[in-house]
Design a protein around this ligand. Structure first.
Ligand code: SAH
Length: 216
């Protein structure tokens, strides 16, 4: 019963994303194929296909589906790409990226969130995601360079280590701006030592923070 209702809501959500300018069929197919309800606390599962951000554990949020789709589309992914995500959170965005690329590396600073995301990756039989418990501002030097980098928490400055770890010609998408002030999703395209910057969309994200947290 609840399954049917979720399926109907999913169809409606996909139509809404199309009308908001998400036109990449591979991304729409990916969103259709991933059960977003798996990444959401049980009490909120009825809302899994609403176009809204929802709370997860450790006072974090799973991003709004439109923002997930928008940031994914802005990254211009191919199946050949090796991608770094900073801010695993629920694991939903990581799962979307993993469907579209070769290998996805994701870093989270809250251990309980990372543990539960890993369980879902296993349950959904996703094998091309590698996780790291750590401060993603430092990137993942052992795995660098990356074709694409996506940061899913906002910071006032773009972490220099992430810029360094972006391949020449690579693209990074990151929300930039202080908490409570205007934040924008920025797209950075690397051209040798030049980093071209485009402001794409006003947004509201949880903060990118230093350090690690063992318990929620
Ligand atoms: N991509 C996530 C969105 C989670 S919200 C999803 O699909 O659900 C942002 C996440 O970034 C939070 O889980 C937060 O703990 C994490 N985060 C914040 N600062 C970080 C840092 N420096 N390194 C790694 N993760 C960080």
């Amino acid at each position: 019963m609840i399954k049917l209702r979720l399926a109907d809501k999913k169809v409606r959500l996909l139509a809404e994303l199309r009308s908001e300018g998400i036109d990449d069929e591979a991304i729409l197919d990916t969103l259709e194929s991933i059960p977003r309800e798996e990444f959401i606390p049980k009490a909120l599962r009825g809302q899994a296909y609403e176009n809204a951000a929802l709370p997860i554990n450790s006072e974090q949020t799973i991003s709004q589906p439109y923002i997930v789709a928008f940031m994914t589309q802005a990254l211009r992914i191919t199946k050949k790409h090796k991608i770094l995500e900073v801010g695993t959170g629920s694991g939903y965005q990581a799962t979307v990226l993993a469907h579209l690329c070769r290998r996805l590396f994701t870093i989270e600073r809250h251990l309980p969130l990372l543990n539960s995301a890993e369980k879902i990756f296993k349950k959904l039989n996703i094998f091309n995601i590698t996780t790291l418990f750590g401060n993603g501002m430092k990137g993942w030097p052992e795995q660098a360079p990356f074709d694409r980098i996506m940061v899913t928490a906002a910071s006032e400055e773009i972490p220099a280590k992430l810029l360094e770890q972006l391949k020449d010609g690579g693209i990074m998408v990151i929300p930039v701006g202080a908490q409570g002030k205007s934040q924008y999703i920025i797209r950075i395209t690397r051209d040798g030592d030049d980093y071209n910057q485009e402001n794409l969309l006003p947004v509201k994200f949880v903060p990118l923070l230093p350090g690690i947290v063992h318990e929620s």
